[in-house]
Write a protein that binds this ligand. Structure first.
Ligand SMILES: Cc1cc2nc3c(=O)[nH]c(=O)nc-3n(C[C@H](O)[C@H](O)[C@H](O)COP(=O)(O)O)c2cc1C
Length: 195
């Protein structure tokens, strides 16, 4: 399996409107592959303007928020790039789409790294941050998972939240758990599952 780096990807449309989405960028040769599912704003934007910025951040509220309708996170301009980065990025890479392997499900955009920047120190691992990231991935796949699998994963991840979370991780966890609760309630009432 390839190495995957969980990032916040910013892209822009033709009029410069910025979109942010959590995306796992895939290491390949000397660049990174962005593989957005169809349909998605990220895919439309990469097709219109073939640049992206990958922001590397330890603020897990941005991962949780972007999945739960809270996309208004502060941005900062990047020199010589049409796309901004997250203000909260510890570091970022400027990515230019060089080739696209089309696919009916998930076209792969191979990107060359045009530049990188570092903005703040990495201050160490935290289990609750990792747990929020895992729950964010689970929330993005709720429609594919059984209730048993969802409840088992959450049971395990809750241990790290209870033992090691600060206020930001608790807030992010709460946003994601609202989505899980809604999803499971919908299932109970026979509605189609949604993420
Ligand atoms: C950590 C993480 C990694 C993700 N990686 C991908 C990815 O590689 N491709 C993708 O299409 N969606 C990925 N998702 C889900 C997207 O963030 C989500 O579906 C998003 O809304 C993309 O659609 P949009 O561009 O229309 O906003 C990921 C979510 C999380 C939390």
């Amino acid at each position: 399996m390839p190495y995957i780096r969980e990032s916040i990807i910013t892209t822009v449309d033709l009029v410069g409107k910025v979109h942010i989405a959590p995306i796992g960028i895939i290491a390949e040769a000397d660049g990174w592959v962005i593989a957005p599912f169809r349909p998605s704003v990220t895919l439309d934007n990469l097709t219109a303007v073939p640049f992206a910025v990958a922001s590397y951040t330890d603020d897990v509220r941005i991962f949780a928020g972007s999945l739960t309708g809270r996309r208004d996170w502060p941005l900062a301009p990047v020199e010589d790039c049409p796309v901004p980065r997250l203000e909260a990025a510890l570091a970022h890479s400027v990515l230019k789409v060089e080739t696209v392997s089309d696919d009916p499900v998930r076209p792969r955009h191979f990107c060359r790294v045009l530049g990188q920047g570092t903005h703040a120190p990495f201050t160490g691992f935290n289990r609750a941050k990792a747990a929020v990231l895992e729950l964010a991935i689970l929330v993005s796949r709720l429609h594919m998972l059984s209730r048993e699998k969802i409840e088992a994963e959450i049971g395990y991840l809750t241990i790290a939240i209870e033992k090691t979370a600060g206020p930001e991780e608790r807030e992010a966890w709460g946003w994601l758990m609202e989505s899980v609760t809604k999803h499971l309630a919908g299932e109970e009432h026979g509605k189609p599952a949604s993420s």
